[in-house]
Design a protein around this ligand. Structure first.
Ligand code: FAD
Ligand code: SF4
Ligand code: SF4
Ligand code: SF4
Length: 459
C-alpha cells in the first residue's frame, strides 16, 4: 500500500484539502505550501505502516467512491429526494438573498451561506462552525477556523479564491466532542465524506456539510499578481475578492491592503484578470480533472445566481440546492421571520446558471483524452476520455487552457517579475483569429437568446 504522496501529490493532482494530513493516524503528514503556492501534504516522519488510510480519504485517489455512490449512500433513502445527473440528489432548489441590506452587501453573493451557518449555531443544531476567514499568520491570507459564536461566523463572510486546508480542523474535531457544521468546495466535502465513511467519530460529529459550487481554485500567486496589477508593491496583509463597497459596484472587485496600510481596489469581472481567472492561469491541475460542479456530497450547496434576471442585481443573489429536510426547515423559518427574500425557480435554471458545468462534464472527456495522449496518469472520473460532443472551438480552447495551467504554475517559481506576466498570458491565451471570430459571434447569439428567454419566459 502506498501513501497519497505517491497516488496524488507526485502525479500533480493534489488540491490541498488537507483531509489526508488531518486523518493520518500516525501524524506522518503535514500541509505545506509548495513552490507554486499550493498546499500539499509532506512527510514529517517516515510513514511507519503504509496503512493506506490517507489514500482512502483522498478525493483525487483512484478506487474511492465517486460522488454518485457517496450521494446515493447519504441521500438515496430520503423521502421525496430527486436526482439529476448534473447536480446529484436534491430535495429543493431556490434563489434569493438575506433581507438585511448591510449583510447582503458584505457577502459574496446573496449572503445565504454565512446566514445558514449562523442559523445552525443560533438554533443549537451545532456547537461550532468550521468556516474560512482572514488569517493573521504571516504566510497566508486565509484559513479555516472554528466559530462558536454567530459574530465569529460573520467574520467569515466572502469568498476566498485562495488555498485553504482542513488538517488542523479534522484533528480538532477528532479530539473534541461536539456537533459541527463545515463549509467547503465540492472536492473538500468529498474528502470529508470519505473520511466520515471510515471514522465513526467524524460521522457523529460533523452533522452539517455546506458546499459551494466551484469552477476552479487558484494558487496564492493569482492574488499576488492581482495585487501587483492594482499597484501594491509590498507584502499583502488583507484581500477581499468581492468587495461590493468599492466605487465599481460590481460583483468582482478586489480590495487589497498591504503591510504598510496602503490600500487599493481593482475591478476584475472583465479584462485581463478575468480572462486569467477563467483561462486557468494559476489554477490547480486537480481542477482540470474535476466533474463535480455542485458539491453533490453536501447537505446544501450555495452558489451565485448567474442567470440574466439576477445578474443585473449588483447586491448579489444566491441559488441553493438542498439535500436535507433540516436545510428546508431552516430556509422556511428564515422566509417566515423575514430574514430571507426567496424566489422559487426550476431545477433547469440552477443547472443552466453554471456554464462551467459543460467544462466539467462534456469538455472533461476531451481533456482526459489529451492527458491520455501525453501519457499522464489522471484520476478516474465519472466520464470517460473521448471527444464527446465537443466543438472544435472547445477542443482548441481546452488545449490552450491546459497549457496555461501547466506553464503558469512553472512561471510562479521561475519568474517573479510580475511586469511580464500579462504579456506572457496574452501570448498563450489568444486563440487563432478564425476561432476568436466564431466564438464571439456564438457568444453574442447566446447572450441575445438568453435575454429573449428571460423576457419572454420570466416567472
Ligand atoms: C474557489 C471558489 C470558486 C467558486 N466558484 C463558483 C462558481 O463557479 N460558481 C458559483 O456560482 N459560485 C462559485 N463559488 C461560490 C461563490 O463564490 C459564493 O461563495 C457562494 O455563492 C456563496 O455566497 P454567499 O453570499 O452565500 O456567501 P457568504 O454569505 O459571503 O459566505 C461565504 C462563506 O463561504 C466560506 N468560504 C469562503 N471561501 C471559502 C473556501 N475557499 N472554502 C470553503 N469555504 C469558503 C466562508 O467561510 C463563508 O462562510 C466559488 C467559491 C470559491 C471559494
Ligand atoms: S499510509 Fe497511513 S500512516 Fe502512512 S501516511 Fe498514509 S495514513 Fe499515515
Ligand atoms: S487528501 Fe487532499 S491534501 Fe491529501 S493528497 Fe488528497 S487532495 Fe491532496
Ligand atoms: S474545481 Fe473541483 S477540484 Fe478544483 S477546487 Fe473546485 S471542486 Fe475542487
Amino acid at each position: 500500500m502506498t501513501t497519497v504522496i505517491d497516488t496524488t501529490v507526485s502525479r500533480g493532482f493534489c488540491v490541498g484539502c488537507g483531509v489526508c494530513a488531518g486523518f493520518c493516524p500516525n501524524n506522518v503528514l503535514k500541509m505545506e505550501f509548495n513552490e507554486c503556492g499550493e498546499y500539499n501534504p509532506v512527510n514529517v516522519i517516515a510513514c511507519p505502516h503504509e496503512c493506506g488510510i490517507c489514500v482512502n480519504v483522498c478525493p483525487f485517489a483512484d478506487g474511492n467512491n465517486n460522488e454518485d455512490v457517496i450521494g446515493q449512500q447519504l441521500f438515496g433513502d430520503i423521502p421525496q429526494i430527486k436526482y439529476s445527473s448534473e447536480i446529484g440528489h436534491y430535495l429543493d432548489v431556490g434563489a434569493g438573498s438575506v433581507s438585511s441590506e448591510e449583510r447582503r452587501l458584505k457577502s459574496s453573493s446573496g449572503g445565504l451561506a454565512s446566514w445558514f451557518l449562523e442559523e445552525c449555531l443560533i438554533k443549537g443544531i451545532v456547537d461550532a462552525v468550521i468556516c474560512v476567514g482572514h488569517s493573521t499568520k504571516s504566510d497566508r491570507l486565509f484559513e479555516f477556523f472554528l466559530a462558536t459564536k454567530p459574530e465569529d461566523v460573520r467574520k467569515s463572510i466572502g469568498s476566498a479564491y485562495y488555498p485553504v486546508e482542513l488538517s488542523d480542523m479534522i484533528k480538532f474535531i477528532q479530539s473534541h466532542k461536539g456537533k459541527y457544521a463545515i463549509i467547503g468546495l465540492p472536492c473538500f466535502i468529498k474528502g470529508i465524506r470519505l473520511a466520515q465513511n471510515r471514522s465513526k467519530i467524524l460521522n457523529e460529529r460533523i452533522i452539517v456539510t455546506v458546499g459551494l459550487a466551484c469552477s476552479n481554485l487558484k494558487n496564492v500567486y493569482f492574488t499576488k499578481y492581482a495585487a501587483w496589477v492594482s499597484g501594491i508593491r509590498s507584502d499583502l496583509s488583507y484581500v477581499s475578492f468581492r468587495d461590493k463597497s468599492t466605487k465599481y459596484r460590481k460583483y468582482f472587485n478586489f480590495r487589497f491592503v498591504d503591510m504598510n496600510g496602503y490600500t487599493s481596489e481593482l475591478e476584475w469581472g472583465s479584462g485581463e484578470l478575468w480572462k486569467m481567472y477563467n483561462g486557468r492561469f494559476c489554477s490547480f491541475h486537480a481542477c482540470d480533472c474535476c466533474d463535480d460542479m455542485f458539491a453533490e456530497c453536501a447537505d446544501v450547496t450555495f452558489m451565485d445566481a448567474w442567470l440574466t434576471r439576477y445578474k443585473k442585481e449588483p447586491r448579489g443573489t444566491n441559488l441553493w440546492i438542498s439535500r436535507s429536510y433540516l436545510v428546508n426547515k431552516l430556509i422556511a423559518a428564515g422566509i417566515n421571520d423575514g430574514s430571507l427574500l426567496i424566489d422559487t425557480i426550476p431545477i433547469d435554471d440552477v443547472i443552466a446558471s453554471q456554464k462551467a458545468l459543460r467544462w466539467k462534464r462534456e469538455v472533461l472527456k476531451y481533456r482526459l483524452l489529451l492527458l491520455e495522449e501525453i501519457g499522464e496518469m489522471y484520476p478516474r472520473k465519472r466520464v470517460l476520455p473521448g471527444y464527446g460532443n465537443t466543438s472544435r472551438i472547445e477542443r482548441e480552447e481546452c488545449k490552450r487552457y491546459l497549457r496555461i495551467q501547466k506553464e503558469s504554475r512553472e512561471l510562479c517559481f521561475s519568474n517573479k517579475d510580475y511586469s511580464v506576466w500579462g504579456e506572457w498570458f496574452k501570448d498563450r491565451y489568444n486563440a487563432p483569429y478564425r476561432y476568436r471570430l466564431t466564438s464571439t459571434i456564438l457568444r453574442y447569439t447566446k447572450y441575445l437568446q438568453n435575454m429573449l428567454d428571460d423576457i419572454l419566459f420570466r416567472h
